[in-house]
Design a protein around this ligand. Structure first.
Ligand code: 5GP
Length: 188
């Protein structure tokens, strides 16, 4: 997706060999026109599927998910990050290992918003280790729902997430692949 590529190249900041900051259009200030186009692109790529819900995780996935849901005309659910101690029995729970915080983070979705009838498209802003996507997959599995695929705006292709999801046989659509962030340079 050329528009997103250009924005990454002109505005992306390389924070380290593995972290790309895109605060001017995606992660802090948000460009609604760009998000709209991202949503339309996911809707186009998954147009052969009967999607009933779009699922993401708070907070950075919400803009992408909202625009995707708008284009697909489906509700959008964002999994909420919670402490294990605040869980109740009315939620499905996924576990994500956070490499930055070096701890498990739990994400939860109320059972009333996902059922075995649902066909779910998982979306997120970034794919890195695949932990967030796998946490969401756990939630969809607990609901007995079907995952139709995973849509990611920016895949860091030098990290393991893409490989892990594809090995599981999951349809993965990523709009831009970052192949390298070494020496302060973004390579696409
Ligand atoms: P994963 O669980 O695949 O390791 O990471 C995905 C999540 O971490 C995304 O939801 C995203 O918010 C965050 N993330 C991972 N890598 C980056 C990055 O390079 N830049 C930014 N801004 N967020 C990232």
């Amino acid at each position: 997706m050329d528009e997103l590529k250009q924005r990454i190249l002109s505005e992306g900041q390389v924070l380290s060999d593995s972290i790309l900051k895109v605060d001017s259009f995606l992660n802090h200030q948000i460009d609604p026109t760009l998000m709209h186009h991202i949503g339309q692109e996911f809707a186009r790529r998954f147009s052969n599927e009967e999607i009933t819900k779009v699922l993401t995780v708070e907070s950075s996935g919400i803009a992408v998910a909202l625009m995707t849901g708008l284009a697909l005309k489906t509700p959008v659910i964002f999994a909420k990050k919670k402490k294990a101690t605040t869980m109740d029995k009315d939620v499905y729970v996924g576990k994500i290992y956070s490499f930055t915080r070096r701890e498990d983070v739990y994400i939860a979705v109320a059972k009333r918003y996902l059922s075995s009838e649902d066909k779910v498209l998982i979306v997120d802003d970034f794919l890195a280790t695949g932990e967030a996507a796998q946490g969401m997959l756990q939630i969809v599995e607990q609901a007995g729902a079907k995952v139709v695929g995973v849509g990611i705006a920016i895949e860091k292709a030098f990290q393991k997430g893409g490989e892990i999801l594809r090995e599981k046989g999951i349809r993965l659509e990523t709009l831009v692949q970052v192949t390298n962030l070494s020496h302060g340079q973004v390579e696409l």
